[in-house]
Write a protein that binds this ligand. Structure first.
Ligand code: PLP
Length: 388
């Protein structure tokens, strides 16, 4: 079959491919520990599930408005105003099935062919995929392991041209776990204003912060007018399969982004919106204890990996991933990830799945039980000692 030419420019998210391969190996009887996929191993809090069930029983089973239900948009606006120290209203909010469509829609709405887009590399693979898909030019903001995965603002400044249209930030970062500190956020904001660049600030891991404070670039003077905040409920409330997220954006973007929604998904399911209303308004204990548990696991995995010869692992400040360098083992990250899955029984992702500057590293998610992480560490150690 002849596919449209643009499909050759559309990438993918390797996590889903590795998950499929791991499941196939499992169906052949192999025992695999899953450290590849980025989703909490917890269940959605029961009060949230209950709210979803009640919403279904009460008839929230119809089409709704493309930008989302007004009462849910209002609550999101309150929450975002409070957590980011900004003032936004329901008129700035678009609710989507997951946070991902906000990437898709923002890039479609803002980037013309030939426009340049700064994006984190290593970074979430969909940014680069979407930039290429729309004919934009991806310009990597390098986050090298040698710099503890931190952004170099001077380097970014040198990459800006008259064609730079959009800057994508992700703090806390997937896959590196690094955060963008306040000073760097301020400097990046100054660059965005000086060069008239829009910003897509992916803040989906805002609640998974183990050190330091979250600073949203939207909170600097003059930035609310040029920032789209991407956030959602998949991670915070363990709701990955419900598919609900949102964008908070300048008001003039709400209509075009909603129109993209009308043209694709129509709207986000109403019962999931009623469920997240409860998630935001109800008790936060489950979400808080999940983060505390992830912090405990982070320490276990970082310490365990650093004990393995050839592996060097930085302590992530946020999100739920570690991104260790495995160069000392003599293997490429692809060899390491493939071999570890097939021979070692642990699924992880090769660093280049997150862009070319991820080479030499692999990503392990610690969204798995402490017991499984300990068992995985033993398997990794055995695998490395057999291969080196
Ligand atoms: N942004 C980042 C950095 C992510 O890691 C993910 C999911 O892995 C998303 C956005 C998308 O999340 P959602 O499941 O809400 O679409």
């Amino acid at each position: 079959m002849k596919l449209a030419e643009r499909m050759s420019r559309l990438g993918t998210e390797t996590a889903f491919e590795v998950l499929a391969k791991a499941r196939m190996l499992e169906s052949e009887g192999k025992d695999i520990i899953h450290l590849e996929i980025g989703e909490p191993d917890f269940d959605t809090p029961s009060n949230v599930v209950q709210a979803g069930v009640e919403a279904l029983e009460n008839g929230h089973t119809h089409y709704g408005p493309s930008p989302g239900l007004m009462e849910v948009r209002e609550r999101i606006a309150e929450e975002v105003s409070q957590t980011r120290g900004i003032s936004v209203t329901a008129d700035n909010v678009v609710i989507t099935p997951g946070g991902k469509p906000i990437m898709f829609f923002s890039i479609l709405a803002l980037v013309d062919e030939g426009d340049e887009v700064l994006y984190p590399n290593p970074g979430f693979p969909i940014y680069e995929s979407m930039i290429r898909f729309v004919g934009g030019v991806p310009v990597p903001m390098k986050l090298p392991e040698s710099r503890d995965f931190n952004v170099d603002v001077e380097e970014v400044a040198s990459q800006i041209t008259p064609r730079t249209r959009l800057m994508i930030l992700n703090s806390p970062n997937n896959p590196c776990g690094s955060i963008i500190e306040k000073r760097e956020q301020q400097e990046l904001a100054d660059l965005a204003k000086e060069h008239d660049i829009m910003v897509l600030s992916d803040e989906i891991y805002i609640r998974f912060l183990y050190e330091g404070q979250h600073h949203s670039i939207s909170s600097f003077p003059g930035m609310r007018e040029r920032t789209i905040i991407l956030d959602g409920f998949s991670k915070t409330y363990a709701m990955t399969g419900w598919r609900i997220g949102f964008g908070v954006m300048p008001q003039e973007l709400v209509e075009p982004i909603s129109r993209l929604s009308t043209n694709s998904v129509s709207c986000t399911a109403s019962f999931t919106q009623m469920a997240v209303l409860e998630a935001m308004q109800g008790p936060q204990d489950d979400a808080d204890s999940m983060v505390a548990e992830f912090k405990r696991r982070r320490d276990i995995i970082v310490n365990g990996l650093n004990r393995i010869p050839g592996i060097r692992c930085a302590m992530p400040k946020g999100a739920f991933y570690v991104f260790p360098s495995i160069e000392g083992t003599g293997m490429s990250s692809r060899e390491f990830a493939d071999g570890l899955l097939e021979d070692g029984g642990v699924a992880c992702l090769a660093g280049e799945s997150f862009g070319e500057y991820g080479k030499g590293c692999v990503r392990f998610s610690f969204a798995n039980s402490a017991e499984n992480i300990e068992a995985a560490l033993e398997r990794i150690e055995r695998f490395v000692s057999e291969r080196t």
